[in-house]
Ligand binder design. Sequence first.
Ligand SMILES: N[C@@H](Cc1c[nH]cn1)C(=O)NCC(=O)O
Length: 453
Amino acid sequence: MSVELNKKLNDSKFTRWMALGVVAFTMMAAYFVNDVMAPLKTMLEGQLGWGSTDFGFYTGAYSFLNVFFLMLIWGGLILDRFGIRFTGKLAAILMVFGTALQYYGITELADSNSVYFGYKAGVFISSVGYSIFGVGAEVAGITVTKLIAKWFKGKEMATAMGVQVALARIGSQAAYTLAIPVAKSFHLDTPVLIGLVLLVGGLIAFFAFSVLDKKLDKQIKDDKTSVDEEKFSIKDVGAILSNPGFWLIALLCVLFYSCVFPFQKFATELMVSKYGIDADFAGSIVGLPALGALILTPVFGSLVDSKGKADNIMIIGAAMLIFVHLTYSIPSINGWWVATVLMIILGIAFSLVPSAMWPSVAKIFPAHQLGTAYALIFFIQNIGLWGVPNLIGWIQKEFCISETINGVNQYDYTIPMLVFTGFATLSLVIGLLLKVANKKYGYGLEKANIEKK
Ligand SMILES: N[C@@H](Cc1c[nH]cn1)C(=O)NCC(=O)O
């Protein structure tokens, strides 16, 4: 009887998964907007005169405010201080505002001749918008990760994180697949407009989730058996930073994601220029990892929940990335099917690492430090997400222009792919060090998540 009385919203399997579904929609919209401009790189160069450095600047802008204005750190502190509902709503509003500004940049300012800080007005304002969107998207990311840790504690936590990431990847896959056909059928800016509409839906979805979360908080407060969670204090930042597990996860995260997300942003062009894949179809190939992750991340997540072995899974994922990028860098291997198979392998790696990495953070740190821990990890990751596209854009401009057709540059991707291979190799080294640290400090990364009844 007392068990029934203490039953909370998240004890119902249906309710906790429904709550996850609602916030997952917000993240799906975020991932759509995050990726929707990438396949348009060549069209942006042809129609708006955006060169590779402009594109690299725009792509890196996602992380600019997060890195240089420490917005992610503030976001994490706000999350641990003011909670999931306030932070999530704030993040969703920032995403809508940033995307609207980005849309303005590629519509109203498309033909403007003004120059700000050396960049065309359209490039600069779109980048400012994308930067504001990036703050919202990253803060939404840590908020959702923390809310899953809260709603699924002692339950299917890694599976839930995997499902959320998988659903978000639908947004990425849709962006990569639809951007070029939609831009060709309608207008270059239409894909961004679709993203804006989706994000407004995502904002409404988060408000709906907040109603459920408020109810859950009340039940937790009323439940005499539930242990009061310690409140976050600024001293926790020191505790997080002095934990070797933090540095290893953060380094693995920045290195691994630096060879996935920035690579994907340039990959549509790689598919067309090196592998001769039709431009209308190239985005779908680049979206394959997202599609694969849709199926595989929950599978690997439930494997981590039931069997553990997160440490080994991260190592295997990093090793697969080295193979993928090194093969892409070899000039003589240029069959379209090789490019496709490599994308599938990248998709498997892209499912293995996140499904093991994100739940591992929840094992290394207590609940009240989670928001800040995720924020600090995302902060370090964002240094890569800012620096790597800028680096690749610069390398392309300086060393990789192979020819110019109708004023549009064609790029050789050998050097950029070797750079990505280097990052992947470093991520493997860090994965191995994390395994050693796990043994030494007893984080329990190799253990299953689901509590045995
Ligand atoms: N911090 C995010 C970065 C990102 C980039 N695109 C979408 N999100 C992140 O790492 N998310 C986890 C993931 O695996 O997508």
